[in-house]
Design a protein around this ligand. Sequence first.
Ligand code: PLP
Length: 411
Amino acid sequence: MKPTGPIPPYFAADADGMLMIGGNRADALVEQAGDTPLFVYDLDIVRQHVARLRAAMPDGLALHYAIKANPWAPLLAGVAELVDGLDVASQGEMEHALATGMAASAISFAGPGKRDRELAAAIAAGITINAESEGEVARALAIGDRCGVRPRLAVRVNPSFDLKGSGMKMGGGAKPFGVDAQRVPALVRTVVAAGADWRGFHIFAGSQSLDADAIADTQAQTVALAAELAEAAGQAPPHVNIGGGLGVPYFPGDSAVDVDAIGAALARTLDRRADILADTRFAIELGRWFVAEAGVYLTRIVDRKISHDAIFLICDGGLHHQLAASGNFGTVIRRNYPIALANRFGGDSAETVSVVGPLCTPLDRLGDNVGLPRGDVGDLIAVFLAGAYGATASPTAFLGHPAPRELLVNG
Ligand SMILES: *Cc1c(COP(=O)(O)O)cnc(C)c1O
């Protein structure tokens, strides 16, 4: 038997042993949605996360949601009411963000390879463009001139450091993201000289870290770098987005990141900041930390079979909806996400099984040799940590199965 990641602390069984999600029985949610596979998101869990972060972080720090983690409109509308800004990475995401009613001035648009029509739409809407290159700045300035609109431009910096221990490194060395730090001061001067509305810096050094000390160190380096670049450019930045990087515990042995320690360290970092940042507003941008634990993926067992003494529970859902849980989204070694038999939730492990999906590929595995109560055809499997990088980060068209259903509770 192989271990699984920890089930988030928000879930329990009712008297029948049925998994409850936000006060609802899992089987009732499936009935309400009409079928499996189904993603359920509990907005109350997101509310708890946002409140916890606000309490931990220094006063005045803006909390931004990076919507690529989960852009599903009903969830996004709920999250938008809780946070101070939205970060998008395409025109499509920009349209989703604007549809929530979030002020354009609180939306920023990062991501390499922005096309002219994307830049034009962002400039017309009054969204801040986090420019990823000198070429992108030149195109944005030209589009602003042509449309007679003063673009709001921040410069995304490729820092020389990265977030230690992070699952996905976004800074340090040659990168397609941001402008190398040594070239940033000249670019800021260009933006200001062109008469654009220079919004400041965006510095994002990594993702999915559970190490509070590493995150705090990165934040201190980020604030110091912002000051250094501002001094070199001779311009005080109105705004600095210091990135995010707070991870969630997906795997065996993982535990929640200590947000109180990060908040206390960030308060010290900001108290000691250089004078040129005295009037700067700071923001942190998080995707998965807000929403991952709020989601559960429910899939039904379609077949139970034995092969060479191994038990396979074959489900109607799989990697085409939950690529990350299958171990094929940015992980080197496959480890088990938290997984359970939803209709005997909390029951003793009676057998060791592999939970697989319906795709004709050995990669389609949601649980590898996990201990579960006995599961039969018709039973429901729950995969946790399904609130981020689920449906939209998975190859939903692969093999032509239906798209997953999605449901919001406590919206
Ligand atoms: C993906 C991304 C995020 C969100 O990352 P999480 O690990 O989900 O918090 C934030 N900022 C930028 C620039 C990103 O590309």
